[in-house]
Design a protein around this ligand. Structure first.
Ligand code: GLC
Length: 436
């Protein structure tokens, strides 16, 4: 088992639980075509104001969200308290730009946290470092909606990024002291360009912010987007997004705790609700993504963008339910599992996960084989005691494929699993191997 870099937060539950729900919810649910809309279309505060004025999620019932997450087998969630647009879901004292001042008329964060906790789901808070609404946030030339404003420099002369940093710290203080135990703090993001046009740790006063965080919530898992070096460790989890790492991610040569965050749809890269996007991943692809993460020692944080009326749309519910159907029978190959020891060679078209406590190996079949699964190498030959399909606990007969044994040189230790002709009716079949 690979040892990961030791970090300050408590990641013990995190590397066991493996599967979480990301929620991107804000005013951008109304235009419903990307949470970056303000930046993409270079919309100023005045023109974006209509969404604030009319935001009214009348169907919002976070208990339904929590139920959908629990049924999918998710063990933690991360909610956008504020995204780049600057709008706050909670009743912050630092700005009027918050849910309580919209037709929603209430703190939307608190009931959500309570509903998820009630289902035994741990609480993570996403918080945007970028802020396209705040009057002191210095307009950068890369992402800000006013980047091409003819008076950008003049406007910036009125702005003081350090006052914005004060605001960021004060909001962090609120979030980490008013909602009980927070398990994950997920900042997004830094873009420290070499030519100084970006934003990084100086703009957020990251070291000071980390001190505040550790003082208020010593065990919280902090992500890696505050533009701080990995060593000595300040952050706890590396967060690749919209891609699957090829191997277990390392920092300075050392494997780290990591979590991929992914969207249901492929085309727009939208995390917020996107009405017209048709490029949705199938349940099978999403289950494969979860497995792929765990097979490389990582987690999956899978995103839903709720609608402006406060619901998970039918497509999201369909995917979550499908994942839940798979998890019901196969979560043994996910919870408490990690990358398999290297002596176990991954069979063709498969992913392996391993439960080090129970000493069980899981073969996930991304393609149903013609007839056999071949397990190469001494480790399997010496340690394999029993094999069964996980969905129904039916035995998989093991043997030796005489032909392969005879004709393929250099593969003396080849165990063959004799697979049934018909693929079980599950998104991804799994074989559980009990080891001696
Ligand atoms: C990005 C995007 C953002 C999304 C996030 C999730 O950095 O700016 O919209 O919230 O990734 O990882």
């Amino acid at each position: 088992m690979l040892e990961t870099l030791k970090t300050p937060g408590d990641t013990s539950w995190f590397t066991h639980d493996r599967f979480g729900l990301f929620i991107h919810w804000g005013l951008y649910a109304m235009p419903s075509r990307h949470e970056w809309l303000r930046s993409i279309n270079q919309i100023n505060n005045e023109d974006y104001e209509k969404y604030f004025k009319y935001f009214d999620p009348d169907l919002y019932d976070p208990r339904q969200w929590a139920q959908a997450a629990a049924d999918a087998g998710m063990k933690y969630f991360v909610i956008t308290t504020k995204h780049h647009e600057g709008f706050c879901l909670w009743d912050t004292k630092q700005t009027d730009y918050k849910a309580t001042n919209t037709p929603a008329g209430r703190d939307l964060l608190r009931p959500m946290i309570e509903a998820f906790r009630e289902k035994g789901i741990r609480v993570g808070l996403y918080h945007s470092l970028l802020d396209w609404h705040h009057p002191q946030y210095v307009i950068d030339a890369q992402n800000h909606p006013l980047r091409n404003h003819p008076d950008r420099l003049k406007l910036n002369a009125q702005r003081d990024q350090q006052k914005y940093a004060d605001y960021l710290h004060a909001q962090t203080q609120e979030l980490l002291s008013q909602y009980g135990q927070i398990d994950i703090l997920w900042y997004d993001f830094s873009f420290p360009n070499e030519d100084g046009t970006g934003k990084g740790h100086k703009d957020w006063r990251s070291p000071e912010l980390v001190k505040l965080i550790r003082k208020l919530q010593p065990n919280v898992i902090l992500n890696d987007r505050l533009d701080l070096p990995a060593e000595p460790p300040t952050w706890d989890v590396k967060t690749p997004e919209q891609l699957q790492p090829r191997t277990w991610p390392r920092v300075n040569g050392k494997p780290v705790v990591w979590e991929a965050c992914q969207t249901f749809s492929t085309h727009n890269g939208s995390w917020g609700y996107h009405r017209d996007d048709q490029s949705w991943r199938s349940v099978e692809q999403l289950v494969q993504t979860l497995i792929d993460c765990v097979s490389k020692g990582g987690n999956l944080l899978l995103n839903v963008g709720p609608t402006a009326r406060g619901e998970f749309d039918a497509r999201s519910l369909d995917r979550l339910a499908g994942i839940g159907r798979w998890m019901k029978y196969h979560n043994r190959s996910i919870y408490g599992c990690t990358q398999a020891p290297p002596e176990f060679i991954t069979p063709q078209d498969c992913r392996l996960t391993y439960n080090p406590e129970r000493k069980r190996l899981y073969i996930h079949l991304f393609v149903w084989p013609y007839k056999h699964i071949h397990l190469e190498g001494n480790a399997f030959a010496e340690r394999l005691a029993y094999a069964q399909l996980l969905n129904d606990g039916s035995e998989i007969a093991m043997g030796v494929d005489a032909w392969q044994q005879k004709h393929l040189e250099g593969r003396e230790k080849l165990i063959t699993l004799n697979m049934p002709q018909v693929k079980p009716d599950v998104a991804v079949p799994v074989i559980e191997l009990i080891l001696k």
